[in-house]
Design a protein around this ligand. Structure first.
Ligand SMILES: [Zn+2]
Ligand SMILES: [Zn+2]
Length: 130
């Protein structure tokens, strides 16, 4: 009987440890991405945490002038021709990630760089550097 209790305690301890490690590792659920918002009315600039870039509102109420004019600004760079482009306001949705120069949908998110995102897609030009 005692052995089973010990085993159960060990399983609980292992689960707690796994949870702790997953929180401490970079890039896991503990890190909340941020995006830029810019007020079209008063030019106030803010950095705002978003839990989900796809679900979050692209236009929010500006904390300074209190009008619903603060537009999300997302910065992308095409991974085929390396053109940089911005999406803002109601255009700042993941569906609109299309390069204005070559129409490629492959892009790196300049606000949230990840290792390897400076590799070109198939048929793309080599990364020109910063
Ligand atoms: Zn404002
Ligand atoms: Zn392009």
């Amino acid at each position: 009987m005692r052995k089973w209790r010990l085993l159960a305690a060990l399983v609980v301890a292992a689960a707690a440890l796994a949870l702790l490690v997953s929180r401490l590792l970079p890039g896991s659920a503990g890190r909340v991405p941020t995006y830029d918002w810019e007020c079209a009315r008063c030019q106030y600039h803010l950095r705002h945490r978003v839990a989900n870039a796809a679900a979050d509102l692209p236009v929010i109420t500006c904390p300074k002038c209190k009008t619903k004019s603060a537009e999300r600004v997302m910065h992308f760079q095409c991974r085929k021709c390396w053109k940089k482009y911005d999406l803002r306001g109601s255009q700042a949705t993941l569906a609109n990630i299309i390069c204005p120069a070559c129409s490629s949908r492959a892009a790196r998110d300049l606000d949230h760089l990840i290792p390897g995102d400076d590799e070109p897609v198939e048929g793309g030009k080599p990364y020109p550097g910063k």
